[in-house]
Design a binder for this molecule. Structure first.
Ligand code: FAD
Ligand code: SIN
Length: 538
């Protein structure tokens, strides 16, 4: 693989999770010059940690209508039913692609595919590779990227998008009147410099924003960079208030939140309270397999009632062999002092998945010509107010296929033009604060989001969060404009931007729907509407 960054590509992809890699493979197959840039090691992504699996209708006992119904039910009235059907319909074909690329989904002794069950699914339909589905998919996609010779650059951080409107303001001549994408600035952490890359098409596949919260299942890369970049060029973000809290992560005193997949409950394990009693029947007819928002709220309530720091998953009572079905979880619990075969696992909810994001059409296009978004960073209308478990990997791989077809058509029809993009200018004044202030800002941001924008909200708490975040945003931006950029500064700048957007979205939604539950508006509004927000300052 050549490792020199060229000044121009046909398609620049930001992110090397399931969305970015799947998209790259299909556009490169058509002969276009594709480059993937990723901010850390190539496998480091939410995708790599996915456990439960990927949902699709592959059994004769299941059908598309049921998958659609379950998705709509979980989404609490906010999914777009046509989009749900379109995306889910393509699931089986994309599963077939993954299998052909080398993903060996777990099978039963008789050779049939093993299907797991998770919250909100009326049927067993979750294909998995034991409990390391994401790693198996990431490894297979990366192997295919290498085989096809697609260029992938590690440790390049996308800072900001370059648009026609922006460069015209700087006096650069750009053909035509309309706005469109022209390229992107990257911080090259290998050489500690900023580079400019031109491209008529840019794909944001930057994943989620779980790191806006103190406790999260997400790895450190999940800092909402794509949403922040898009909003800085004036694009609205949609439905950001719907941060999904996963009900079951291993409780620990050091703040680490290792996921315990919902598939564990799919194998019959129940959540139990401090007295050892199952409690979910009180909250929903589907009890332990109710949709995720219901289970997370129920746990929150039980913990508040009892004063206990966690509830427990009653794994010793699971029928079947826990270490064989969930080897990764078993090992990780053991490492942290919990033997899941002999003792229940203490669990708590944690921020997990961003249901909102950059609004896209069914071909991944955004409102800006040439800019596409795919995967967790995008908001297609599939998840509504609460994503159905294991629909995320599916959405990413289905949408990447559709988007890649659209991008190939766009590239084939476009008229080539050349623009000299302005080079990056770093802040040349040393920042006035000490560097340590930035990490204090980050701690305060994550704590604020956890304490005031969590599972149960109120207007007063959200307003408190808004005013704290505005102060933080001012301080962080002042630092940003005066300092030389680096990775942590760039991430904090994006985190505060996205956190503020989440809070403003939550304040706009004056009802309780799906993942957004507020004491001040406990009921559903009559009409289900999407929330759109743009940053106050850019
Ligand atoms: P990611 O896989 O997160 O990839 C984002 C990429 O963008 C990374 O390579 C990152 O480094 C890069 N990036 C980000 N910002 C920048 C930047 N500024 N510059 C350069 N590169 C950047 N979903 C399911 O459907 N089933 C599951 O079983 C499941 N289990 C999960 C378990 C865990 C622990 C977690 C955290 C999530 C799980 N999810 C699951 C959700 C699912 O894994 C993610 O939604 C999905 O993998 C997102 O894929 P993506 O390609 O959009 O983003
Ligand atoms: C899990 O395995 O419980 C996570 C699945 C998901 O987020 O879809």
């Amino acid at each position: 693989m050549s490792k020199r960054v060229k000044a121009e590509y046909d398609l620049v992809i930001v992110g090397s999770g399931i969305a970015g890699l799947s998209f790259a493979l299909k556009v490169a197959e058509a002969g276009y010059r594709v480059a993937i840039f990723t901010k850390k090691d190539k496998a480091e992504s939410n995708t790599n940690y996915a456990q439960g699996g990927i949902a699709a209708v592959t059994s004769a006992k299941d059908d598309l209508d049921k998958h659609v119904e379950d998705t709509l039910e979980a989404g609490d009235g906010l999914c777009d039913p046509e989009i749900v059907r379109e995306i889910l319909r393509d699931g089986p074909a994309r599963i077939q692609d993954l299998a052909e690329m080398g993903v060996s989904f777990s099978s039963l002794n008789d050779g049939r595919i093993s299907l797991g069950k998770e919250g909100g699914h009326s049927k067993r339909r979750v294909l998995h590779v034991k409990d390391v589905t994401g790693k198996a998919i990431e490894d297979a996609l990366l192997a295919n990227i290498a085989k096809q010779g697609v260029t992938l650059f590690e440790h390049y951080f996308a800072i900001d998008l370059i648009t026609a409107k922006k460069v015209r303001k700087l006096g650069v001549k750009v053909e035509g009147n309309g706005d469109r994408i022209l390229g992107i600035y990257f911080f090259d952490a290998n050489r500690d410099r900023v580079i400019t890359v031109s491209a008529p098409v840019v794909l944001l596949a930057t994943g989620g924003a779980g790191q806006t919260y103190l406790y999260t299942t997400n790895p450190s890369i999940a800092t909402g960079d794509g949403v922040a970049m898009a909003s800085r060029i004036g694009l609205s973000a949609m439905n950001l208030e719907f941060m999904q809290f996963h009900p079951t992560t291993l409780h620990s005193n050091n703040g680490d939140r290792f996921l315990i997949t919902e598939a564990v409950r799919g194998e019959g394990v129940k959540l139990i309270d401090s007295r050892g009693k199952p409690f979910l029947k009180k909250y929903h007819p589907l009890a332990d397999l109710a949709p995720r928002d219901v289970v997370a709220r129920a746990i929150d309530r039980e913990m508040k009632k009892s004063g206990s720091a966690f509830v427990r998953l009653d794994t010793p009572n699971m029928k079947g062999d826990f270490p064989d079905r969930f080897p990764n979880i078993y090992e990780n619990c053991l490492k942290r002092g919990v033997d899941a075969v002999n003792q229940p696992i203490p669990v708590v909810p944690a921020a997990h998945y961003s249901c909102g994001g950059i609004p896209t059409e069914l071909d991944c296009s955004t409102k800006l010509k040439g800019l596409y978004a795919c995967g967790e960073v995008a908001c297609t209308g599939l998840h509504g107010a609460n994503r159905l478990a294991s629909n995320s990997l599916l959405e990413a791989v289905v949408m990447a296929h559709r988007g890649a077809e659209a991008v190939c058509a766009f590239l084939a029809s476009r008229k080539k033009t050349k623009v000299s993009l302005p080079q990056w200018v770093d802040g040349d004044v040393p920042a006035s604060d000490e560097r340590v202030v930035l990490s204090h800002n980050l701690d305060e941001l994550k704590r604020t989001m956890w304490d005031y924008v969590g599972i149960v909200r109120s207007t007063k708490r959200l307003e408190r969060a808004r005013s704290r975040l505005r102060n933080l945003e001012r301080e962080i931006n002042e630092y940003y404009w005066n300092a030389k950029v680096d990775l942590s500064l760039l991430e904090v700048r994006n985190l505060v931007c996205v956190a503020e957007l989440i809070v403003r979205s939550a304040l706009k939604r004056q009802e309780s729907r799906g993942l957004h539950y507020t004491l001040d508006y406990p009921d559903l509004a009559e009409e289900a509407v999407n929330t759109l927000v743009v940053p106050l300052r850019r």
